[in-house]
Design a binder for this molecule. Structure first.
Ligand code: HGY
Ligand code: MN
Ligand code: MN
Length: 423
């Protein structure tokens, strides 16, 4: 069973959503900033929720603010079976592009609208959702909404997480859900879908470099986020001899170089990032008293990722000793690598090939909601190329033809799943 999606309508909706929380990149590129549970996130949610309701979908908002819209009575679907769900996220990082997350949600909406217009009768209903705080940039960990949906964290624990706002800690998840009107009543964990498919821009250089159109994603690499605080003694930058200093900024600098060297030593796919740094009091003529920063380590191999974490922990202790500072660490996120269900991966491969699109299997370097849904149902992802491999940057870009092709492949996979038998 097939349906032809309306690529123009998909592109129009991507443009409309991109206009909410608009930002401009270094070279004038258009992006979006809709950090989780901010007013901009609320406005983006309201827009997409309106589109879901316009289609007559049964919309539920759960206690962590996930929004799930499924074909039901309102669309003339009465099977009562678990839906073939698709979706992603519409929250962004502060320097977000127009496609990260948004594509998966709006493509899902497009597939459903096309199926309804074609009047197709399906065994399983289709559904589309957006999950809260996928980015984790404001509230760690990332994939928070889908983690709670899948039962990986209680909603009470998630509600108590505080925002890492400037000068923070900021409001809790619960405060913000209430404030923007998305503290829903549907229970968490959510009900298991029949299957889950997520369309996403690759956010890396592989598909473009190999001249390929579609990625059949085999899984997601392991993620380890740590917040580190070195505490020393603030002192005068001019009068304090170097031998008397207890300088946490110097300690931080050594760790930033260490994790970079560690990734080089381990080799691909090991990656390491110090992405957030805060010094206190952050003044030109004061030796800082405190340095707080984050370390993001990732690898497809759990054993190697553990070794990277162990080496980091040992180096933190060594550097703290050397600079006479104390060290505290807090785990912000820790997810083991996830393998997607072969029954989904092979369907993505077959659907792309049937459309004459070049395709390869590949792991995901980024975290995604699909890795959480994989805890409750057969899940998988469809990638489309990112130009220059750039993402988390307003310069994020994917050719219109690839956006549309990815949506069409996802439509074919979803219809195959919706019309197929039970597992
Ligand atoms: O961090 C990630 O990989 C995703 O963007 N949340
Ligand atoms: Mn994403
Ligand atoms: Mn992202």
């Amino acid at each position: 069973m097939h349906v032809d999606i309306d690529g123009g309508r998909l592109l129009e909706r991507l443009e409309a959503l991109a206009e909410i929380g608009p930002i401009t990149g270094a070279s004038g590129e258009r992006g979006s900033a809709r950090l989780a549970l901010t007013d901009a996130d609320r406005d983006g949610r309201d827009l997409v929720l309106g589109w879901m309701r316009d289609l007559g979908l049964d919309v539920s908002i759960d206690a962590i603010g996930n929004v799930i819209a499924v074909m039901g009575e309102g669309c003339g679907h009465r099977s009562g079976r678990a839906p073939v769900l698709c979706g992603s996220h519409i929250d962004t990082v502060a320097t977000g592009g127009r496609f990260d997350g948004n594509l998966g949600v709006l493509a899902g909406l497009e597939v459903i609208e096309s199926v309804l217009a074609a009047g197709l009768e399906l065994r399983h209903p289709l559904g589309v959702g957006f999950f809260t705080d996928e980015e984790g940039a404001r509230f760690a960990p990332d994939m928070l909404g889908s983690l709670v949906y899948a039962g990986g964290m209680t909603v009470e624990q998630a509600h108590d997480i505080r925002a890492a706002d400037p000068g923070g800690p900021g409001p809790t998840v619960r405060d913000e859900l209430e404030r923007i009107g998305y503290l829903g009543s549907s229970p968490c964990p959510g009900s298991p879908p029949h299957a889950f498919v997520e369309l996403h821009v690759e956010q890396g250089p592989v598909l473009e470099a190999e001249g390929l159109r579609i990625g059949a994603v085999t899984g997601v690499q392991g993620i380890s986020w740590t917040r580190v605080t070195f505490t020393g003694q603030s002192n005068h930058a001019g009068t304090t001899p170097m031998s008397m200093r207890r300088d946490p900024a110097a300690a931080l600098a050594r760790i930033a170089v260490f994790v970079n060297d560690l990734a080089d030593r381990f080799g691909a796919p090991q990656v390491a990032t110090v992405g957030r740094i805060e010094l206190h009091p952050n003044l030109v003529n004061v030796v800082p008293s405190r340095a707080t920063f984050t370390v993001d380590l990732r690898n497809t191999d759990e054993v190697v990722l553990c070794r990277a974490e162990e080496e980091l922990a040992a180096e933190l202790a060594r550097v703290a000793e050397r600079h006479g500072v104390t060290v505290e660490t807090e785990c912000l996120a820790r997810f083991e690598p996830v393998a997607f269900d072969e029954r989904i991966v092979s369907r993505v491969e077959a659907a792309a090939a049937a459309r004459g699109l070049s395709v390869r299997r590949m792991p995901s370097g980024a975290g995604h909601d699909a890795q959480m849904l994989a805890r409750m149902c057969p899940s998988g992802m469809v990638f489309v190329p990112s130009i220059g491999g750039v993402s988390h940057n307003p310069a994020e870009l994917t050719e219109d033809a690839d956006l549309v092709a990815g949506c069409q492949v996802m439509a074919d996979v979803m219809l195959d799943l919706a019309d197929g038998g039970d597992w």
